[in-house]
Write a protein that binds this ligand. Structure first.
Ligand code: NAD
Length: 250
């Protein structure tokens, strides 16, 4: 990879751990300057300190962020913009995945999930997109899932939110192109993070294995490096995870 990402200014939601933190580390390794936002402000600050210590000279700032809250999201983008001296990339990564039988699930749990996984990405795409247009261009990276193109029992609303994020990305990829804004939707398979720790059936882990957060992070950095929009699977083929989701037994 060339030095093309040197000095790029990258904001990442849900960057305190998992895929978001790995993405921050991968961008820092590529020479970018990073701001992470997370509802867990304490963990975000701790993670940012760890990232900065691991790579002396790196710029990594941490902010409290609730992606469901318009004022909080605006404030995060303002702070990231001020801290980094602008913004080139926004990774809408924050997400949750409550599990359970749909009919037994409390509506409040699903409302929160809809708010974080869908409203948060719509909001981030709009606020980030407006900022990019004002600054002359940028790259939105929205994290969907293999559950955005396939479905499984026990995570029905999660699948609904991720299908919606895929649809949003396809539409924005077309609509924002003329504004100089690239839109990439990433569909990871099963990634070894706390989000799914303990809830993925062992037969499935045996069958397809996990993708590591670093694999997703490297794919994101690569897409930004290539300045490419559109939809991408991780692993690239999408194959194993997609098949497993599609044929997942009840
Ligand atoms: P994770 O639980 O490890 O990390 C998610 C982060 O988002 C946490 O730091 C959490 O504090 C933060 N967060 C939660 N609610 C927030 C809010 N309202 N505002 C700001 N931050 C908030 O999860 P992960 O596995 O790293 O998942 C990251 C993204 O990748 C999610 O969108 C998830 O749906 C998606 N994804 C994960 C997998 C997987 O197998 N782990 C697969 C496909 C897609």
């Amino acid at each position: 990879m060339s030095t093309k990402l040197n000095g790029k200014r990258v904001a990442i939601t849900g960057g305190a751990r998992g895929i978001g933190a790995a993405t921050a580390e991968a961008f820092i390794a590529a020479g970018a300057r990073v701001a992470i936002g997370d509802i867990d402000a304490e963990l975000a600050a701790k993670s940012a300190t760890g990232m900065a210590n691991a790579r002396p000279g790196a710029t990594v700032a941490a902010f409290e962020l609730d992606v469901t809250d318009t004022a909080s999201f605006s404030a995060f983008l303002d702070s990231a913009h001020a801290e980094l001296g602008g913004l080139d990339v926004l990774v809408n990564n924050a997400g949750i995945m409550p599990t359970g039988r749909f009919l037994d699930t409390d509506q409040g749990v699903d409302d929160r999930q809809l708010d974080i996984n869908l409203r948060g990405v719509v909001l981030g795409s709009r606020l980030g997109g407006r900022r990019f247009v004002a600054d002359g261009g940028g790259h939105l990276v929205n994290i969907a899932s293999v559950a955005g193109v396939a479905a499984a029992p026990g995570v029905a609303t999660y699948c609904a939110t991720k299908h919606a994020v895929v649809g949003l990305g396809s539409a924005l990829h077309q609509e924002l192109a003329e504004d100089g804004v690239k839109v990439t939707t990433i569909c990871p398979g099963f990634v070894n993070t706390e989000l799914i720790a303990g809830i993925t059936p062992p037969w499935l882990v045996r069958k397809i294995g996990y993708v590591q957060p670093e694999d997703v992070a490297n794919a994101i950095v690569d897409e930004v490096w290539r300045e490419r929009g559109g939809q991408r699977f991780v692993p690239r083929s999408g194959g194993a995870a997609l098949k497993a989701m599609t044929f997942m037994p009840e």
